[in-house]
Design a protein around this ligand. Sequence first.
Ligand SMILES: [Mg+2]
Length: 179
Amino acid sequence: MKLLLPNKVCNRVTDINLAELRKLGISGLMLDLDNTLVRYDSEELDQEFKAWVAQAKAEGFKICLVSNGRPKRVLRFAQLMDIPAVIRAYKPKRSPFLQALRLLSKDAPQVAMIGDQLFTDVLGANRLGIYTILITPLGKKELSTTRLVRKLEQRMLRRFVKKGWLADEVLDQRSGGER
Ligand SMILES: [Mg+2]
């Protein structure tokens, strides 16, 4: 069960404390795309997120996208942010994360995976000993399969909160106030 437990929970990508990550010895970031950086149904990258990525890069972090999304879409956003991407990632498989480590020229303990899903982003990265940061999904619109998974995800998160492994804000943030 602990393979599904993120090391850290943040509401938005922009809430991530880069200085704190650096203190942990982290110098590489793997970013999920859909509902982490852009809404699932949007073609627009929020200026605030674009600026955050640029800032992280300027501070010396190496960054790449790791996405199960449509390759053309993923590559377009990667280009917008000027970062490389692992496409057709099929997270939680190990291979995309290993590929991303090679892209970043980092070892697993030097990297954080940032994403909105427990069963793809968190599980896949945890299996390799990569630090994991769970983000609140940006939008409610998702694939029907994802919506089903969200129910399981919410159940898991509630269990983590009950055990005292996560702060209960995580539930409020993800349900938009209603549990
Ligand atoms: Mg996502």
